[in-house]
Design a protein around this ligand. Structure first.
Ligand code: HEC
Ligand code: HEC
Ligand code: HEC
Ligand code: HEC
Ligand code: HEC
Ligand code: HEC
Length: 438
């Protein structure tokens, strides 16, 4: 009987250790799942195809997410442009909306009073033109806006929320299947922890029950099972097994923290160093509306957007505010023939290749999509994580800007034969390792 129970105890503690190992692996998996999920190719395929009566809204949602969400929310909240809630009742009508969305500058130039009012009220920020959208496309978008983001439609993640990933486009949200994956992992983890707890109690009580008892006169006798059961629970707390569990849990927490820490190494989201000259984008790009390309001349042409040299500042500050001590620093730099030592805010590791012209010029992606509302920043802050997951996520979700680009004509035709989905960056090789890694 005694030997038999010792056997059970041994088996139980084996089982218990096994459970511990499973829990540890689950925790490892869980902390990895975010990264894995972003790498798995399954996310966009899940998008429901348009069809039936709700098709318009569905399609409108996709179009909105891909073209408008970086600047507009469907609530009343202003992003780059005004929130679009109730848009149809506040604008001159559907016809006007069609014209505006296809080419807002033309409507403004035509002298349309409402258009000019909106344009001025929004700091004369130019809205992108969408000449390729059909009437049906635009009606779909409007239907989607009117309907609001009903929970019935699977959410693509924080596109309207003012998240730190910039204004929507680059949000590092995880798609449906990976959310499920994480959920399953968490559920498993909870179950395993419960099992672990139960096993622990059993092992503790059993091992107490079978261990010999030292009586008051010093002799050891095998314990009575029932007697030991009573004290077992209270003893459990100064029991080595329990202590080992506490250590286990502690190790788990530390491991998890370390892994999380490792993944955030090199991520500079939120980084906003103080610059050597108190140059303000809010003043120059916001209040005075100096075009980004005036200073960042490389963005349309090449890999680097480039930081302007001091002589570009001198185009204006040769006359403006010469006496200011901050402006004097520009003069000093030029006199000493030394560049202004701006502190770099965004910096990819050398292993990754990123090209501005490809995105800004060819892809027609707005600076704000990746950098946030720079024109409102007194000091530049990194709004996007610049992680691989961030790049990939956008490539999965963003349609290629194929209009007026003969280069894509054949590709588009080919793609149309194979799929009804719009041509995404992922379809033109935007997920291939070699495109981003040397
Ligand atoms: C690059 C940013 C940007 C994108 C992308 C963009 N918009 Fe706009 N939108 C604006 C801005 C800014 C305004 C305010 C008017 C202005 O300054 O030209 C505006 C104004 C509007 C208005 C009028 C708002 C009002 O209050 O009357 C509508 C409607 C609109 N946008 C719809 C859309 C739709 C639909 C899309 C997508 C197909 C879209 N916009 C994409 C920036 C953008
Ligand atoms: C008058 C010149 C000027 C204009 C206009 C301007 N910038 Fe800049 N920008 C600078 C200078 C100088 C720096 C470096 C100092 C700093 O980081 O503030 C800079 C830095 C930046 C950075 C951070 C670079 C880094 O170190 O990673 C970004 C991003 C940026 N600008 C985007 C924009 C965008 C987007 C616009 C248009 C809305 C714009 N800039 C307009 C002069 C300009
Ligand atoms: C297109 C014209 C233009 C360019 C180019 C320009 N600025 Fe300015 N800057 C202005 C104007 C306008 C003001 C506001 C002057 C005022 O408040 O009276 C200003 C103000 C400033 C101020 C605040 C001065 C103070 O003491 O109030 C600083 C600092 C400054 N600029 C730095 C720079 C730097 C650095 C560059 C080059 C990267 C630059 N500016 C390029 C037009 C320009
Ligand atoms: C698709 C996302 C994306 C868009 C759109 C984008 N940028 Fe960038 N930007 C980046 C990334 C990523 C880096 C870091 C590049 C690196 O370290 O090699 C960066 C870096 C910069 C820098 C630092 C200097 C450099 O080139 O490395 C400036 C300045 C800048 N961007 C300005 C702009 C301006 C101005 C626009 C719009 C005309 C713009 N960016 C549009 C992603 C973007
Ligand atoms: C806001 C969305 C967005 C983000 C974020 C983004 N990209 Fe892109 N990327 C695009 C679009 C759109 C294109 C397609 C441009 C075109 O038409 O060629 C593209 C194209 C590319 C291409 C060329 C792909 C090909 O097959 O021709 C490379 C390489 C690339 N991106 C690298 C990056 C890297 C690296 C990052 C992250 C640091 C990044 N991108 C972040 C939108 C994005
Ligand atoms: C759209 C661009 C893009 C594509 C496609 C891409 N990567 Fe990356 N990758 C990046 C960027 C950007 C970084 C740097 C991210 C960082 O520092 O967090 C990176 C980092 C890495 C790293 C370094 C690990 C780390 O977290 O710093 C490895 C390894 C890697 N990528 C492998 C791959 C492989 C393998 C593929 C193909 C399956 C691939 N990448 C496809 C953009 C891309």
């Amino acid at each position: 009987m005694l030997i038999h129970s010792i056997n059970i105890v041994q088996k139980m503690s084996c089982l218990y250790k096994l459970c511990g190992a499973v829990v540890l692996s689950l925790m490892l998996l869980l902390s990895n799942s975010q990264v894995k999920a972003q790498d798995s190719a399954s996310a966009p395929a899940a998008a429901a195809p348009a069809g039936g009566g709700g098709g318009d809204v569905e399609k409108g949602k996709t179009l909105f997410t891909n073209n408008c969400a970086q600047c507009h929310s469907i609530t009343a909240e202003k992003v780059v442009g005004p929130g679009l809630k109730g848009i149809e009742s506040r604008t001159p009508g559907k016809d006007w909306l069609h014209k505006w969305i296809r080419n807002s500058s033309a409507v403004i130039a035509s002298g349309d009073a409402y258009a000019n009012q909106v344009f001025n009220a929004n700091g004369k920020v130019q809205m992108s033109s969408f000449p390729s959208l059909s009437d049906a496309d635009i009606d779909g978008i409007l239907a989607y806006i009117a309907q609001g983001d009903k929970p019935a439609v699977a959410s693509t993640g924080g596109d309207t929320s003012k998240n730190t990933e910039g204004t929507g486009g680059g949000s590092a949200s995880v798609g449906g299947p990976s959310e499920l994956f994480t959920f399953v992992l968490i559920a498993l983890l909870v179950i395993m922890l419960l099992v672990l707890g139960v096993l622990l109690v059993i092992v503790t009580i059993l091992s107490k029950a079978v261990s010999p008892v030292t009586t008051t006169d010093g002799t050891q006798i095998p314990s009575s099972f029932g007697q030991r059961m009573k004290t077992g629970l209270s003893d459990a707390f100064n029991n080595p097994t329990l202590r080992s569990v506490v250590i286990w849990l502690f190790l788990l927490v530390v491991t998890k923290a370390t892994i999380d820490g490792a993944y955030s190494v090199g991520i500079q989201q939120g980084y906003a160093p103080k610059q050597p000259i108190a140059y303000s984008h809010k003043l120059h790009a916001g209040q005075y509306k100096i075009d980004c390309n005036y200073c960042h001349t490389g963005a349309q042409k090449g890999k680097s957007a480039t930081i302007p040299a001091a002589n570009i500042c001198m185009n204006c500050h040769g006359v403006i505010k010469k006496e200011s001590p901050e402006i004097q620093k520009i003069y000093t730099a030029i006199e000493n023939n030394q560049p202004i030592e701006w502190i770099r805010v965004h910096n990819l590791p050398d292993l990754a290749y990123f090209n501005h012209a490809q995105h800004v010029n060819v892809g027609n992606v707005a600076c704000q999509t990746c950098h946030g509302e720079i024109e409102k920043m007194e000091v530049v802050e990194a709004r996007s994580s610049l992680t691989m997951g961030w790049c990939i996520d956008c490539h999965r979700r963003t349609e290629v800007n194929t209009k007026d680009n003969a280069y894509y004509d054949k590709l588009v035709a080919l793609h149309r034969k194979e799929s009804k989905e719009p041509l995404k960056v992922a379809n033109i090789g935007g997920l291939e390792c070699s495109k981003c890694h040397y």
